[in-house]
Each structure stands twice: as structure tokens, then as C-alpha cells.
Design a protein around this ligand. Structure first.
Ligand code: GLU
Length: 550
């Protein structure tokens, strides 16, 4: 067979040679250990936590080593290209502090290794498919869908490996004349790799060894399938596009999900056949969660809203909290590092693929919330104000009026944060607004009942006495002395422990009395320090709330 002739026949339109592309995309001029990574999302417009998780690894590997992190739009299937998908990807990741150095961008590509959108790289893939055909390493396959189904049925019956390989690869040995006749008859065809692998009946078959930066040495059976590299439409499969792109874009580290592990042998064979050095693979763990029964399961798009990145933006999680949390699930030694470096920026943490889990990363919203409390504590009230306001602008315009008085809001946000044991009440915007709502008359509502120890007529008496004795300029201890007086006056113990010792002597204790005030003022039985809250609410609002409680 004259393979060169076959290559010309199949790819008459290709006028560039592989060498032309090697010259166009030379090795990058970077320090020896600089890493080049990429994110390769498909443009479906849906970007999820898994993308962010992977992007984080990519970004850290590249930027920690003085390398390059780029965005490539992977669009090899026939799925619809959602308008604006690139903007969604870039904006979503930017929100979490992840920026690309090159690749597909808001206003076209940047960088010398493009085009960065696979659907515009057709000629490049075809050029390298042509090379493989010319070397006898790939061939056109004319099997129809019916024929392939029949082969599969036969294989199932014989209980042997399914697929197109060996004797089942019936187009492998067609003569040039047969191929020409098929082409002339307009028969559709795909281009398949001519694999050198052998299907093994047992464990003794040939195996490949790959060093995965997360998982260590992987040993797997070699590929033996004549996988499709170009579909009938001339569009490459993921396998082929990945290999060609990552070579020509000079990617050094491929970070991708564990779902690609099973096709790694195909990729290894493709790199080998093309005569290229494969990149370092980093197969990340599946994101898992504990379900209600305490079982680990994969996060699912349908069941788990928290899989979508939008979820975090809409709920108003601060990006620093999400970053901090992701690092705790990405690297097992991050929390220890954080304890030793409480004030260092996360980028100072020496991130490494070896410290990544390979058996399923457990994602836990409660843990994220805990971390968020600590992270928000370190953010000054003025920065928190800006963050919350821009969240409201985007997602909750009905709350924008809460931000009219900056000084008032900053005092609210700072409440209890300067104490030696600071309060950690603030988690994410939606929760924060609910938590502080009583500071705003239009959101204020009585949520909790009065304490059972205090009969209704006492509530009115206590509030009336409180209002009468109220002096906004009292300091905290003067204020509390007055509450004690009121307690005693109406038959409540001045100290909880007196009540505990002799409950028969009292209706309740001073704590119950102050809860009455708390509920009238804030509508809640639990809140930060009442005196401080009154100072923020101001005299007029304080008196009004006490006076109008019914
Ligand atoms: N387009 C692939 C995906 O969305 C990317 C896999 C890779 O990074 O190689 O899963």
C-alpha cells in the first residue's frame, strides 16, 4: 500500500506540513521548571465546581512556577456552542480570583499558540491525521453503524472485548483501489488509529506505566482499540484533539478529571505514534459529598445546586472563603499551614500535586461555612460593605437600600468582631442580610416568643419601666444595673444563680428580663450584646421599638 498516496487522496486540501506547525508553535521560552497548564471546558455555558477545582490546580501549578495558564475552548462534539459561554467561563473564574494568561478571551484570543478554540483548528488536526495516514499509523474506516452494531453483538455473544480492533477492524487492510472506489461512491468514513496493542485475555497482557503527578505510578493495560481520531465530519475526537493541542500549545501538565483515566492508554499510544513527549498527567479526584444517610456519593448536577458555581455567587459567598475552602480539600496539609500562617495570603501556600487526594475529594457545605466565618472575620468592615453591596446590586436589588448609610452598615458588620473572642456570625451575603435584618425597620420582625417565665402583663410592665429609666448615654454597667433593678422590682432574681438555688422565691431571673428587652428590640431571643446594639440603633429607634411592642 502506498500510504503517501492514500494520505493525498484523503486530505487533498491540506497544504501545511507538521513541520510548519512545529515552527509556528515553537517550544516556549520559559525557565526549565515553569509549568504550562490549561483549562479545557466545553462551551455549554454551565461551569461547575469541578471546573473551579481543576482550574485552581492549573492556576497554582502555573503561577507558582512562573509558567503560563491558558484557556482553550474544547468543542469537538456536535453539541451547541452556547453564545456567551466564554464570557461566562472567564467571569465566573475571575470572580474566584482565577485569571488566565493567554487563550480564548472576552475580545478574541491572546497568545501565540492559538487558535484556542478547537472548532477553528480543523486544518491542524487534519494535517496530523494526514501524517499518521502517510506513515501507515491511521486509516479510513468505512464501517457503517449497522456493521458496528453487528460486530458488537457478535463480541458480546463470544464474551470477548468489544470494539474495533484486530480482525474486527475490517477496513484496516483495504487496498488503495478499494478505498478509492469507496470514496468515489461517496461512502462516509472516519479515520481510525491503527493500534499496535494486543487485546489480552488475562492479566499477562502488555501494560503501560505512566507517572501521574497526583496518583503516582499508574499501571494499566495498553490500548488495543483502533479508536476514531477524526469523525466522518472531519472533526477530531477528544482523544486526538487533546494530544495535538497539548503538544502544539506546549502544555507541560494536563490537569483533568478522573473520568479520563480509562482513556489514558489511548492518549499514550497517540503521543507515541506522533513521536511526541506526553505531558505530565494530573488526574484529579471526583468531587463527592455525604448524603443524608452519611454515604459518599458523586456531586450531581440534578440533585446538588452547590455543584454550580452560580450557587456561590448568588448566595453571596466571598471568593476568598471559597478559595480558602478549596485549598483545604485540595491539599491535605493546607489546614496545618494555615494554623502556622494565619495571616498569609493563600498564594503563599506551597501547593503540590503530591498532597492531593486521589480517592474522592469530600465537599462539605458546613465546612465551607465554618471556613467562611473565619475568613470574613479578617475582612475589614469597609471591604465587606463593598462586597455585600455589589452582591445586592447583582442579585438582590431589593436590599440595596440597606447600603444607603455606609457608616451605619459598617458598625453593624463590625459588631462583636473586635472582642477578644470575636463573634463569628457572618457567613455569606444571603445569610448576613437575614442575620442583621433587625437593624432595618422595614425588615424588622418579631421572630421569637417571649420567655415562658415572664407572664404577659409583666412584659408590658418591664418594657414600660425600661423605657422610663432608659438613658441612651448610660454606659454598659449603668445600663445593666437598671435592668437588675427592674428585675428585682418585678420579682425576678438579680442573678441567675440565685434563681437556680431558690426557684420558689422568684418568677425567673434577670436573663429572662433582658430577653424581653431583646425581643422587643430585635425580635430575637439570641443576639449580640444588647447595649452595643442599642448604641448602633440609636436612641430614637431604640425607644420606638420598646414603645411599640405589643
Ligand atoms: N473538554 C474536556 C472536559 O470538559 C476537558 C478535559 C481535559 O482537560 O483534557 O471534560
Amino acid at each position: 500500500m502506498d500510504h503517501n498516496r492514500l494520505a493525498e487522496l484523503l486530505f487533498p486540501q491540506i497544504d501545511k506540513s507538521p513541520e510548519d506547525y512545529e515552527t509556528m508553535y515553537p517550544p516556549r521560552n520559559l525557565p526549565a521548571d515553569a509549568k504550562v497548564t490549561r483549562l479545557g471546558p466545553s462551551p455549554t455555558g454551565f461551569i461547575h465546581l469541578g471546573n473551579l477545582y481543576g482550574a485552581f490546580v492549573d492556576e497554582r501549578l502555573a503561577h507558582q512556577s512562573g509558567g503560563v495558564f491558558y484557556l482553550r475552548i474544547e468543542h469537538t462534539d456536535d453539541k451547541r456552542y452556547v453564545e456567551g459561554a466564554v464570557d461566562i467561563i472567564i467571569h465566573s473564574l475571575r470572580f474566584f480570583g482565577i485569571d488566565f494568561d493567554e487563550g480564548a478571551g472576552l475580545h478574541g484570543d491572546t497568545g501565540a499558540y492559538g487558535d484556542y478554540t478547537q472548532s477553528r483548528r480543523g486544518e491542524i488536526y487534519q494535517c496530523f491525521a494526514r501524517k499518521l495516514v502517510a506513515e501507515g499509523k491511521a486509516y479510513p474506516c468505512f464501517l457503517t453503524e449497522e456493521e458496528i452494531s453487528a460486530i458488537r453483538a457478535e463480541q458480546e455473544e463470544k464474551k470477548i472485548n468489544p470494539g474495533i480492533y484486530g480482525i474486527y477492524a475490517r477496513s484496516r487492510d483495504l487496498s488503495l483501489e478499494q478505498i478509492e472506489a469507496n470514496l468515489q461512491a461517496g461512502k462516509p468514513y472516519v479515520i481510525r488509529l491503527r493500534s499496535d496493542g494486543e487485546p489480552a485475555a488475562d492479566e499477562t497482557g502488555r501494560r503501560i506505566r505512566v507517572h501521574d503527578a497526583i496518583r503516582g505510578i499508574l499501571e494499566m493495560p495498553e490500548n488495543f482499540q483502533d479508536v476514531v481520531i477524526l469523525k466522518a465530519t472531519g472533526i477530531p475526537t477528544y482523544h486526538f484533539a487533546h494530544v495535538v493541542d497539548d503538544h502544539l500549545m506546549r502544555t507541560t501538565h494536563v490537569v483533568r478529571g478522573a473520568e479520563w483515566l480509562s482513556s489514558l492508554p489511548v492518549h499514550v499510544e497517540l503521543f507515541e505514534k506522533l513521536g511526541w513527549e506526553p505531558p505530565v498527567y494530573c488526574h484529579t479526584a471526583q468531587l463527592m459529598k455525604l448524603d443524608e444517610e452519611g454515604n459518599k456519593r458523586k456531586l450531581s448536577k440534578r440533585k446538588d445546586p452547590e455543584l454550580s458555581l452560580d450557587y456561590y455567587r448568588k448566595q453571596g459567598y466571598h471568593p476568598a472563603a471559597v478559595r480558602e475552602y478549596l485549598l483545604t480539600i485540595l491539599n491535605s496539609n493546607f489546614e496545618e499551614w494555615r494554623m502556622e500562617h494565619p495571616d498569609s495570603p493563600t498564594d503563599d501556600f506551597p501547593f503540590s500535586t503530591e498532597k492531593m487526594s486521589n480517592s474522592g475529594a469530600l465537599f462539605d457545605l458546613n465546612k465551607l461555612n465554618d471556613i467562611s466565618k473565619d475568613v470574613l472575620l479578617k475582612i475589614p468592615a469597609s471591604a465587606l460593605y463593598d462586597f455585600l453591596k455589589s452582591w445586592a446590586e447583582e442579585f438582590r436589588p431589593e436590599y440595596l437600600h440597606l447600603f444607603d448609610d455606609r457608616a451605619y452598615m459598617e458598625k453593624i458588620l463590625d459588631l462583636g468582631r473586635q472582642d477578644s473572642k470575636p463573634r463569628k456570625d457572618l457567613i455569606y451575603a444571603e445569610q448576613i442580610v437575614a442575620f442583621i435584618s433587625y437593624f432595618f425597620d422595614d425588615l424588622f420582625a418579631i421572630e421569637d416568643p417571649m420567655p415562658a417565665e415572664v407572664p404577659e402583663e409583666d412584659v408590658a410592665k418591664i418594657l414600660a419601666a425600661y423605657l422610663e429609666s432608659y438613658d441612651h448615654s448610660d454606659d454598659q454597667s449603668q445600663w445593666f444595673d437598671k435592668i437588675r433593678d427592674i428585675a428585682v422590682r418585678f420579682g425576678y432574681a438579680a442573678k441567675p444563680k440565685d434563681f437556680k438555688k431558690n426557684p420558689q422565691n422568684y418568677k425567673g431571673h434577670v436573663g429572662h428580663v433582658s430577653t424581653v428587652i431583646r425581643i422587643a428590640l430585635m425580635g430575637r431571643a439570641q443576639s449580640p450584646d444588647v447595649w452595643t446594639i442599642q448604641q448602633i440603633l440609636g436612641e430614637e429607634r431604640t425607644r420606638r421599638r420598646i414603645g411599640q411592642y405589643k
